[in-house]
Design a protein around this ligand. Sequence first.
Ligand SMILES: Nc1ncnc2c1ncn2[C@@H]1O[C@H](COP(=O)(O)OP(=O)(O)OP(=O)(O)O)[C@@H](O)[C@H]1O
Length: 578
Amino acid sequence: MYRLEKRPVAVAAASLLLAVPIVPAELWLVKTIVDRVEAWTAPEPVGGIVAAAAALALLMAVGNIALGVPAPMAMTRLIEIGSLEERRLLLDKTARLPLASVESPAVQRLRERAGRVSLYDTFNAGLQLAQLTLRSALLLALLLGYGQWLPAAAVCAAAALHAAVSGRASERMERLAREQTEDGRLLRHYADLMTKRGAAAEVRLFGLGGTLAERWGALYGKLSRERWRAVRSAGLRKLGPDLLLASLAGPLLVAVVLQPGADRLTAGDFALLLMALTLLMGQLPEWIAQAAAMRALAMRWDDFRAYMALEEAEGGPSPRTGPDAAPAAVGLQARGLRFRYPGAERDAIDGVGLTIPPGCRAALVGENGSGKSTLVKLLTGLYAPDEGVVAWTDGEARRLAGAGEAGVSAVFQDFTRLCLTLRGNVVLGSAAMAAASAPAERVDAALREALRDAGSGLRDLDAQLGAAFGGIEPSGGEWQKLATARALLRDAGFVFFDEPTAALDPVAEKEAFALFLRVTEGRSALLVTHRLGAAKLADVIYVLKDGKLIESGTHDELLMRPGGEYGRMFRTQAAWYA
Ligand SMILES: Nc1ncnc2c1ncn2[C@@H]1O[C@H](COP(=O)(O)OP(=O)(O)OP(=O)(O)O)[C@@H](O)[C@H]1O
C-alpha cells in the first residue's frame, strides 16, 4: 500500500547494520594491541602493533563514514517521502469514504489519531532497535565466550525489567495522546476563531478576542498539566529500574576481575571484557527507549489500519468518468426512506416515499430542520439510508444502477468556495471536461456558457479566485453563482437545487428562478427552497415536517387544502409582502 523509494530504505538499513559487527571487531583489535604491547620488549620490531592499530583506525573510519554520511542523507529522504505517503494515503482514503462517515465525529477522531502515524519514526526506531539488539547480542556472545554468564544474565534481567516498565509508560503516554485528540481539536478551533478570516468580523464586533484567548489558555494549561503528570509518573516508575541499572555497573565490572580463572586472562582480555561490559551497559538505555517507542508506534499503526479499513462509499453520484452524456431526463422513486444521524435521538428522515418522473420539476419545502438537506443527500446517494431504497429510471422506464449512472448534478446550500482559477473552479463540475485530453476551446466555450446561464458576471477564465491566494474575492452571491455554473456544466439528467438562492440579492434571485426553469427544460429537478413563491414553479411540491412527508401536490392543490401546512407557511410568508 505504501509507495516507497527503495534506495534510501536500503542505504539506511545497510549503513546502520554495517555498523553492527564493527564494534566487536574494534574490541578484538584493542585486545590484540594491548596483548602485543604487553608482550613487546625493546628493541623488537613494532610492526605487529602498528598493523593492529592501523586496522583499528580503519574500522573506526569505516564506522564513522557509514553512519555519518549516507545514513543521515537516506533518513532525511525517508522523512520527506514517508510523511508525504502517509498524508497521500489518508487523503485518498478520506476521499473514498461515504459522506456520512466523513461527517462523523468518531471517524474524524480516528483520522486525527491515524494522522499521528509516522513511517519514518517506525523505520528509524525499528532499525535502531535491530542495530542495538544485534550489537548487544554480539557483546553478550563475547562475554559468554569468556564464561561471563553472571554479568550477561544480570544485564539481560535488568534490561527486560526496565523495558517492561518503560513500555507500559510509553503506552500510557500514547493513550493520553489519544484521549486528548478531541480537546486538541477544540484548542485548534479556538486558535482558528482568533486567527482565521471567517470569524474575524464577529470576534472583533463582539469583543470575543479576550474570552477566546482565555479559553485557549485554560485548555492548553489543562492538556499540558495532564501531559506533565503522565511524564512525571512515567519518570518515577522508571526510577527503580534506572537505579538498578546504574548500581549494577560497578559490581559487574568488579565481578569480571574477581571471577574464578581470571588469573589466566591477559591484559588484552581484561580490556576487551571491561569495554564490552561498559558498552553493553551504555547502550541499554537507548535500546530500552527504542523498544518503548516501538510499542507506542504500534498503537498508532492500529489507528492507521482501523482508518484504512473503514467501509468505502459505493453507488454515490460520483465519480462519473465517461463523457457527460447522461440520459436526457431521468426519474427517481424513493420508498420507505429512513435515516438517523449517528448518536441522534430521532430519525432525521422518517419513512419518506416520493416519485419524481423524468422531466418533472419538483419542489421540497419545510421548516428549518425538517430534513430537506438530509433527504437531498439520501436521494443523491451521498448518504446510505438505514431503510428504504432510491430507484432511478431513464425516459423509457429502464432501471438505472444508481445516481452515478443517472448522472445527477447539484447546487448545495453549503456550496464550496474553490480557490482556483475561474476555469479550474467551474470545470471541476464535469469529469470529462476536466480531463487533460478535453479540447481546450470546446471546454472554454462550455465554461463561458455555464457562467452566463448561472448569471455570473465573471468572464476571465484565468483569473485566480480567493484573496487569500492573491486573487479576486467574489462576494457570497458570486461564489454561489460559480457553484451553480459548476453544476450546470455537468450534462446531468437530474439537477438538485438545495437553496440555490440563499446568498443572492432579490434581482439575482428572480433570475436564478428563471434560470431554474430554463436549465431544467427537458430535465428533471428538485428545488429545495424557503421561497414558497418560487415553489409555485414546480410541477409538484412535497412538504416535509420533522422528517416526514406530510403533503404533496401542486401549489393550487396545496393552498386549497384546509388546515394544510403548505397553505399556512405560504400565507405567513405572503403576509410580509401584502
Ligand atoms: N451532520 C449532522 N449530524 C447530526 N445531525 C444532523 C446533521 N445534519 C443535520 N442534522 C439534524 O438533522 C435534522 C434535519 O436537518 P437538515 O439539515 O436536513 O434540515 P433542513 O430541513 O435542510 O434545515 P434548513 O432549512 O435549516 O436547512 C436536524 O434536526 C438537524 O439538526
